[in-house]
Ligand binder design. Sequence first.
Ligand code: HEM
Length: 146
Amino acid sequence: MDLRDLLLVAVRWTHASAAVALVGGSAFYLLILAPVLRRAGPTADPVKKGADAGFKELVDLSLVVFIVSGGLLTFERLSNGAASSAYVAVLGLKVLLSVMLYRWAVQVRRGRGWENLEARLLVGSGFLVVLLATVLKTLYEGGLRS
Ligand code: HEM
């Protein structure tokens, strides 16, 4: 393993960790925290305030991480000619869905809350983006074999 491989491991780890934090954090808020806060009523307001501030931080920080690490991964994958046109098409879909995901995340953050459709779309699109990442990996490995 040379320096280039080590850097690639660091970039992939950063990208995957941001995905775990954003998708896992959003799913936790939607499925576990939001129902508990709803049942607790106004007494839970300070907890909700803290959770909302944490979620805002997660959305802002992960966006920077995805843009930098996603850009580096895209460059690495497209620069050596092993990526097919199907790979490029799925990557385009993944980036488009990521943009929609952040639109929904910002809407949830800016007051639409976790009871609305946007929150479900945010969590659903997160799992779908992870699925597309798996498809990309399979397509890329297929391209290397042929
Ligand atoms: C700027 C937006 C993004 C770009 C340009 C981007 C690009 C990429 C690329 C090129 C790969 C490598 C795929 C392969 O193995 O061939 C990848 C992997 C991955 N992406 Fe993204 N991505 C972006 C956003 C996201 C988002 C928002 C999520 C999750 C919500 C995500 C989750 C993942 C995961 C889990 C992997 C697999 C990592 C690995 O196997 O090492 N990505 N991404």
